[in-house]
Every structure is written in C-alpha cells, then in structure tokens.
Design a protein around this ligand. Structure first.
Ligand code: GLA
Length: 703
C-alpha cells in the first residue's frame, strides 16, 4: 500500500543504518581553525606552512578553482570540447587567476572496463584516452580532474569503482590525474553508514598511496543523507568527510530555479562553517556563471559568486568558456571576490545575524580584514545593518567598506549597512581605516520600509490591496564620520505611482540621518505582485564633492477575489504540509483526479495532514463551501480533522473524518475576513494515510 505520508528521499538501504549506531567522528578540533590574528598579519611562509599541516593530504590549501563540463555538456562531452575549454581558461586569463582544474564529470568512461579490469575512456568521445588528454592539459599549465562513483555504478550507469579502489586510484595516477570527484551513486545493497565511511576512507588512502598529488572531492553527505541536517547521519558524514577529503558536497545538484537553489544551498552550508579549513572545504556545487541552461542574470551570477566566495566553496564553473561573454569573464574574473574565496586563513564565513530575511555573514581574512556578505533571502528588497564590532573587527576610529562588485570604497565610523535587492547578495571587504578620513566618501545607506499593516492583528501576512494607501518611511543615514551637506532624499515607485516631493536637510553630521515619510497609494487596477519603492539621495561631502545613495523596499500587492471563484483558481498566500509533496491542486498525489466515495471533483486541493493553507480574501467575501473527505486513491487507516479559520478565529471544525465518513459538506461564514486559513489536522495521532481532499472549495464574494 503506498504511503504518501513521509517522502524522505533516503535510499532504502540506509533506513536501518539511520537508526543504528554511528561511527564516532569528532568535530574538527578547535585548533584546526586558526584564530583570527589579533593584528593584521602578513601572508608569511609560516602561516602557509601551518595551513599545509592541516590538510590531511597536504593539498587544496585554498578551495580548488577551475572548470567542470557537467552542467554544460552532460554525457555528450568530447575531448575536443574539453581541450577548447581548457584553452579558453588560459586565453581569457582566468587560469592565471587560479582557475586551474579542468574536470571531466560522469560519462568520460566507456560503458565497460577493459579485459584487465582497468577503466577506459569512451573510445568515441575521448579517442586519444585520458593519459593523452592529461598531458595536453598539463602542457597548458592546468590540471586534470576525473569523476567516479564509490558504488557499483556512476549516477549515469557507467562502471563504478566499488571493489576496484586501489586499481582505479593507480590508473588515475598513471594517467596523470590531479583531482578525483567521488560520487555517491550505485551503493551496494545493505551498505551501512559505517561501511560507506570506510569505503570513502579507503579511496582517500588509496589515492595517497599512489604517491601522486590527487585532490579528493566527494559527495558522501548529500548522496547518503540527502543534505538534510535532520537526518541522523548527515552531520557525522560532514565531520568525517572533513578528515578524509579535500571537499565534500553539502547541497544537492543546482536547479535552474535560482532563488530556491542558491538560498537553499546557503542555508545548508551556514551551519557547517566549523568543518572548513585549509585542505578541507564544504562544496556548494559548481558555479553556473555563463551557463546557457541556467541563464541567470548578471546580478544572480554575482550573487552566486559572492556566496560561494564567502563560504570558501570551491569555484568550479560549468559553462562553455569558448563563447564566454564579457560579463561572464568579469564575474568569474573578479579578483577581489576570488581573493575572499582563496584567502589563506581558510576560514569559512559564519552567520552573524539574520535581519528582515537578510543573512549577515562574516569571513575573517588573513590580513585582519573581514569579508561581509549580506544575502537577502526574501522576495522584496531589504535593508540590513551591522557593525564592524559585530563582524569581528577590533576597535578603530573608522573603517573602510569596499563593495567588491561596485568596486567602490567608503568610510564608516562603524556601521555597515546597505539595501539588498530581492534574492541577491552583496559582498563587502571591511578594514580599519588606513589613511585620512576624507580619502573616501562617507558610507551612506537608505532604508525604505513600507509600513504595510498586517492583514489582521497577529497575522504573519502584510499585503496591500489596489487603492490602499501605505505609509512609507525612508531614512538616509550618514554612517561616516564626516558631515554631509545639501542632502535631498526622494522616493519613486513603479511607473504611474505617485509618491510626492523629496525631503531635504542642509547638514547631516556623521552618525545622523534624514527621514521622510511618504503616503503612497497603490493605483487602483494594480495587478497582484511584488512592487519596489526606491529611495534616492544626493548630497555633498568634503567641501562640495557630490555623493549619492540608493535603497529599496518592497511589498506585496494582492487583489481580493471577486464573484464565486474556486480556490484552485486563486493563488494561496502560503501553504505548508508535513510532507514533501506539498498541497496539490486538482489532482491527488498519484496524479489522478480528486475522488471521494466515487465522486470525482474537477476543482479542489489535495492536502495530506498536517497541512495549512492561507488565502487572501481582502474582506470581499461572505461564504466558503467545500466537500471534504479522504481521497479514494489511498484507502487506509487515515483520519483527519478539517479546521477553518477566518482572520485567526476558528469558524469550522469537521470532527474526525475517516474513509468511512460520508462526504462532509462544509459551509462557513467568512464575511469581512481578510484571510481564510484551511488547516488539516491529524485525526488519530498520526499523519499516515491522511490524504485529505478539499473538493469544490468555493468562495462567494462581491463582484
Ligand atoms: C550527481 C552529482 C553531479 C554529477 C552527476 C553525474 O548528480 O551530484 O554533480 O556529478 O551525478 O552523473
């Protein structure tokens, strides 16, 4: 009987192991992470030596950089394409900046081993073999990486390494391979977590035993435990990997959906900072800069690079470098961002605080500076503010704040603040001021904070309706020590929005600000969506030099439903379920129609318990009706309770509904409510088989 409750994607062979005893793996000793030097230290030989001693194999003292074919070429990659990309690394100058590894991912090999058991290259796509290719790559001053899997098969079904570790390690060494990515595919059945660790450790040692310097990159934590810290083996796998590998994947393969993939990866990696050190790096997966399938914007690609650099992830780009655009070259070639990633101290950025959906992360650098990442994980621009002290800098009269993408440097008395666009990151390098205060313009920032009231007292949702007037304060702060003069602060909205006149101040001393509040009416007829307001300031500093600043804030506009819509025709405000499939619209979890006691419904929601779904009504509706029952597709022992709320007040309770309960007809008064909440609770203390349909869910609203 299918069991649509728990859809954790853990390989079955691991379920037993998850409950079993774990191999004890100590977290990295405190001494593994060198303390930030009290005073700016020079990048001395002794420091590098200290770092070298921390790498289990003496390699990858900074995160590996280079290219990987996978996201651009997949299983069709050819020798000619690899060589062309290698040449592009050199001719573009990226190789000189550190992009040295040319890595072949899955599918470089023939579908079978040779008669003597040796792995062999695909004869059509790599006719000259890997040894020849490695020589070509080395001749260009680059290094060659290969992919294999620890199991019996690679993820694409090619011969895995299981049972042949030493032979394969020797083969790789004899070919001149410099880097091995060791995936977690084709695990033999019944493998325990301890055995998986032993296998990885074996290959790690076998590579060392070859005598060749081969960087070891692996996927044990995500392959075996789904990159899910809630899974018992996940953190032990990360800790274990940090002892036997140079890098290990801590997040799933990238998807083309930028917001969820990049900020999901960031969330995965933030708690793992202590495992990273010279020779051992949390691997966020490849960069997709310039990749035509991902096709991210410049801002998105810069955001990925910023996060990867701050978290000291390897920088392995996967794109066709032979047709690299100037933008790709500029992003991959950003020396300041590369220097943050490659800093010899080898510390991964650590979370300082979270503010308005912005993660503030600090990475101490070898020279005493700190790289500060502001990563906005929310769908609207947000303002974030921290201080030099909070990010770990010692006391100083002033600091410089360098924006590593805008290539500007400003001076601050201590505040580090900026407005960060939605789903974007900014990367700054902050240092004690070394020079006269007026060498740099003062750091200024603008916070635009639309005051959209919660939909009802205590609601998590703040949504404006067309026609609503919103109060929008905006504040220009002078974070520098020097006075700015003749300041003017204006607010603009999307085209057609009336925002009103600027405010001004003759003088804003250091540490002071200028605030204005604008009454902004969302024009009637504005469609649902997220809207941005921009504050722009002009001022003078240092006896007449011109300065500017901008900052953005945003909010969501939603249109109240009208007429008699079914809920499947509306967008919800949010939904949560206790399982991976989420709320499903107009179908059951198996893809079939919603059916209760043989009656099929064209409109409806499938919401396995426990589930909560919120809809915006905007005070425009009077009634909600629905047919309730467990879906026929999964007749088990499930039991649920449907509870409905209008603006947080319960207005309906179905009582326990099981497969034998006749279809329940609910009719609820929602007059004047801003928000309808549909909650599906457990009816018998378990979520199993709680396959709840909310069929024909219909509102009656004013037109
Ligand atoms: C897995 C890895 C990817 C890539 C493919 C190759 O999905 O996570 O990075 O190596 O296998 O099949």
């Amino acid at each position: 009987m299918p069991f649509p409750k728990r859809r954790l994607m853990i390989p079955a062979v691991f379920i037993a192991a998850l409950c079993g005893a774990l191999t004890a793996v100590a977290a990295p000793a405190a001494s593994a992470a060198p303390a930030r030097p009290a005073a700016p230290a020079s990048r001395s030989a002794s420091k590098v030596q200290q770092s070298a001693s921390q790498s289990y194999n003496g390699l990858a003292l900074t995160p590996p950089m280079g290219w990987n074919d996978w996201y651009e070429y997949g299983c069709n990659v050819t020798q000619a394409e690899v060589l062309a990309n290698a040449r592009a690394l050199v001719s573009s100058g990226l190789a000189k900046l550190g992009y040295k590894y040319v890595n072949l991912d899955d599918c470089w090999m023939a579908p079978t081993r040779a008669a003597d058991g040796q792995l062999q290259a695909d004869p059509t796509r790599f006719p000259n073999g890997i040894k020849w290719l490695a020589a070509q790559i080395h001749h260009m001053g680059l290094k060659l990486g290969l992919y294999e899997s620890f199991g019996t098969r690679t993820c694409k079904g090619n011969p895995g390494s299981y049972g042949n570790y030493q032979q394969d390690a020797d083969t790789f060494a004899s070919w001149g391979v410099d880097f091995l990515k060791f995936d977690y595919c084709g695990p033999p059945s019944g493998l325990t977590s301890a055995e998986a660790e032993a296998d990885y450790q074996q290959m790690s040692q076998d590579l060392i035993a070859t005598g060749r310097h081969i960087v070891f990159s692996e996927e044990l934590p995500i392959g075996a435990d789904n990159a899910n810290p809630a899974n018992a083996n996940y953190l032990p796998y990360v800790a274990f990997s940090s002892k036997i590998a140079n890098m290990w994947r801590v997040a799933p393969d990238l998807t083309t959906s930028f917001d969820s993939t990049i900020f999901g990866h960031l969330a995965n990696d933030l708690p793992l900072a202590s495992y990273a050190h010279p020779g051992a790096w949390n691997d966020l997966d490849m960069l997709a800069t310039g990749n035509t399938t991902f096709n991210w914007t410049v801002q998105q690609e810069e955001t990925q690079m910023s996060i990867w650099a701050e978290l000291a992830s390897p920088l392995l780009d996967s794109s066709d470098l032979t047709s690299m655009t100037p933008a790709t070259k500029q992003i991959l070639g950003n020396k300041a961002a590369i220097a943050v990633d490659q800093d010899p101290l080898g510390r991964q950025g650590q979370l300082v605080s979270q503010q308005n959906g912005v993660d503030i992360v600090a990475k101490p650098l070898a020279d005493g500076d700190v790289a500060v990442l502001l990563a906005n994980t929310s769908s609207v621009p947000e303002h974030a503010s921290t201080t030099a002290a909070a990010v770990g800098l010692g006391s100083a009269a002033a600091y410089t704040v360098s924006d590593l993408w805008a290539h500007t440097t400003r001076e601050t008395a201590g505040t580090i603040a900026a407005s960060v666009p939605a789903y974007s990151a900014m990367l700054f390098q902050v240092a004690p001021l070394r020079g006269a205060v007026d060498r740099y313009p003062p750091l200024t920032d603008i916070a635009v904070t639309p005051d959209v009231p919660a939909l009802y007292t205590g609601s998590q949702f703040a949504v404006a309706a067309p026609g609503q007037t919103i109060s929008v304060p905006a504040t220009l702060s002078n974070d520098g020590r020097e006075t700015v003069t003749d300041a003017s602060l204006s607010l603009t909205g999307p085209a057609g929005w009336d925002t009103g006149a600027p405010v001004s101040a003759r003088v804003i001393p250091g540490g002071k600000d200028l605030t204005g509040t604008w009454q902004v009416t969302v024009p009637p007829g504005t469609p649902a969506g997220t809207y941005t307001l921009t504050g722009t300031a002009t001022y003078r500093w240092n006896a007449g030099r011109a300065g500017t600043s901008t900052g953005q804030g945003g909010f969501q506009v939603d249109v109240p439903p009208s007429g008699t819509p079914y809920l499947d025709q509306l967008s919800w405000l949010s939904e949560t379920t206790s399982q991976g499939s989420g709320v499903i619209v107009d179908k059951n979890v198996y893809g079939g129609p919603l059916t209760i006691h043989g009656v099929t419904y064209a409109h409806g929601l499938w919401a396995n318990s426990v589930a909560t779904i919120y809809y915006y009504l905007g005070g425009n509706c009077t009634q909600f009706t629905a047919s309730l029952g467990l879906d026929d597709s999964d007749e088990g022992t499930g039991a649920v309770v449907y509870e409905f709320y209008a603006d947080g007040t319960q207005v309906y309770d179905s009582g326990v509904v099981t497969n034998s309960t006749p279809t329940v007809q609910a009719s609820v008064n929602v007059t004047g409510a801003q928000v309808l909440e549909l909650h599906v609770a457990e009816g018998n203390g378990t979520v199993n088989f709680g396959n709840a349909d909310i069929a024909s869910p219909q509102l009656t609203c004013a037109s």
